[in-house]
Design a protein around this ligand. Structure first.
Ligand SMILES: CCCCCCCC/C=C\CCCCCCCC(=O)N[C@@H](CCCCN)C(=O)O
Ligand SMILES: [Zn+2]
Ligand SMILES: [Zn+2]
Length: 475
């Protein structure tokens, strides 16, 4: 890939002491605002409104720059349109979200909304998912503007406020608005994957995984209704027992291993050289060793999520009194659909496993896996991420396409682009992964500074990137 042409003035990603202090304080301030989403109808609107004021205060240059338009969408989401000087270049979009999942104090080393700095880390809910990205995007732009940066390529910054509960009032509305304006995007970069370190046995070096697809999802309610009664003379089967048995069958019967279909095979092939003998040979010859690798991947709960549709029982409700047999039992199952399957196929499989007509199924929400975005040499967004990863993380040898096992707001933008990349320029270890939606979520001050640096460079790279010239035989 060539990047030289058009690079009038590269602004180095070097920040002075005062700027570095201010950027970490800004992230702490963002963490301290409890923008928690519980459900689509239960979001913390007071905190979200405060967050809107907060970004205005912390990033004044963005808000007063004449070539940047700021709009509030769906009351609490933010859309920035940064007008580039060269209208012939197709715009792109950077994304993040301001809401976070709940974080009860229990189990945390420091209160989750304290934003405390301790041992070089900023602690709190949202430090990895996803206020780090939101603040880093705005921080990088603010610092570029202070250095009199004028972009050539236009770009949008879309900051959703309800990603954790569907994105229906944030991302979906922004997407509809941009579509109505006739916008088409060259690519999108959202949260999702990371520079992964320590997830695969024998793989000693970290590698960057850019998610080119994400799993689909179903929230499914299972319900059993039976005649209620006195607990002193119970029937042979109760609503709770029938539902529990159905759930147990589901837990004992994993959905099929889909290894071999989807981007994972490419991920592993690209990683092959990073493994010692004989794993390198195994991964280079998946046509032969595929079944072995797929079985190994099932053994770990994280890599298992890459090879199949997963089911998680997340809610179970029945009964109101100790001596009353309840009329109804309900459970919610959260399914994440492998890119090689569809909602319909998965529902069929689930019904066949339960195999009990007394169990009713109610699909609460469902969507298919996301299409696979290009990762070839012509794929602008992918190549820009590659280029920026290589310059900011020179120690990372392998950059591979992969899938995102979580869902992101970017899924609401398939109407605007076919090139959606989910990547956070941050190192992630298995314990960090467990902290996302878990306890003790934190980011090191250095990792956050590097994230700002990454975006600072990425925005400039997007201006100067030269489309690869097709080889003669392709013309
Ligand atoms: C061979 C490679 C091994 C790779 C190991 C994979 C490690 C996984 C790394 C990171 C995954 C983190 C996912 C972060 C994105 C999470 C975003 C999120 O929380 N989204 C919510 C949306 C909820 C929408 C309402 N239904 C979610 O997915 O629940
Ligand atoms: Zn997130
Ligand atoms: Zn999340």
């Amino acid at each position: 890939m060539s990047t030289g042409k058009g690079r009038e003035r590269h602004i180095p990603s070097q920040f002075n002491q005062g700027e570095r202090f201010a950027m970490k304080e800004a992230l702490k301030g963002a963490i301290q605002i409890p923008t928690v989403s519980f459900s689509p109808d239960d979001i913390n609107t007071t905190a979200l409104a405060e967050f809107g004021e907060f970004i205005r205060t912390v990033f004044p240059t963005i808000f007063k720059t004449r070539f940047i338009q700021h709009e509030v969408i769906g009351e609490y989401s933010h859309l920035f349109t940064v007008q580039g000087s060269d209208p012939s270049l197709q715009p792109y979009m950077l994304m993040a979200h301001s809401d976070v999942v709940p974080a009860p104090d229990e189990g945390w080393e420091v209160p989750p909304f304290s934003g405390l700095e301790h041992d070089g880390f900023i602690h709190g809910r949202g430090t990895l998912d996803n206020k780090n990205s939101l603040m880093a995007i705005l921080q990088a732009l603010e610092l570029l503007l202070i250095r009199n940066y004028i972009p050539r390529r236009s770009f949008f910054i879309a900051l959703g406020h309800d990603e954790e509960v569907s994105g229906q009032n944030g991302a979906q509305k922004i997407s509809a608005l941009l579509q109505a304006r006739g916008v088409k995007l060259a690519f999108i970069v959202d949260e999702g994957n990371f520079i992964l370190d320590g997830f695969i046995p024998y793989l000693k070096k970290p590698f960057a995984m850019i998610a080119v697809s994400e799993k689909g999802g179903i929230n499914l309610r299972l319900q059993v209704n039976m005649t209620p009664g006195h607990s002193s003379a119970p029937p042979k089967e109760t609503s709770i027992g029938i539902l529990a048995a159905a759930i147990s069958r589901l837990e004992q019967t994993p959905l099929p291993n889909m290894f071999g279909s989807g981007p994972l095979k490419t991920t592993l092939q690209e990683l092959a050289n990073e493994f010692p003998f004989p794993a390198n040979i195994v991964l280079r010859n998946l046509w032969l060793f595929g079944p072995l690798v797929s079985r190994l991947m099932e053994r770990n709960y994280i890599t298992n999520a890459l090879v199949r549709t997963t089911m998680a029982l997340t809610m179970f409700n029945a009964g109101v009194k100790m001596n009353v047999i309840p009329p109804m039992a309900q459970a919610i199952i959260n399914l994440r659909i492998h890119p090689a399957q569809t909602v319909q196929e998965v529902l069929e499989l689930i019904k066949n496993i339960v195999a009990d007509d007394r169990v009713q199924f109610h699909v609460l929400t469902a969507f298919d896996p996301l299409p696979v975005s290009p990762s070839d040499h012509q794929a602008l967004g992918y190549q820009l991420l590659r280029q920026t990863i290589q310059s900011i993380f020179p120690e990372v040898n392998t950059i591979a396409p992969g899938i995102c096992i979580g869902n992101t707001d970017s899924r609401h933008y398939t109407n605007l682009t076919t090139s959606i990349y989910r990547f956070n320029p941050v190192y992630l270890h298995p314990q960090d992964f467990r902290s996302i939606h878990g306890i003790n979520e934190k980011i090191s001050v250095q990792a956050y500074e590097t994230q700002v640096k990454f975006i600072f460079e990425f925005i400039q790279n997007a201006d100067t990137y030269q489309e690869p010239i097709p080889h003669l035989h392709e013309l």
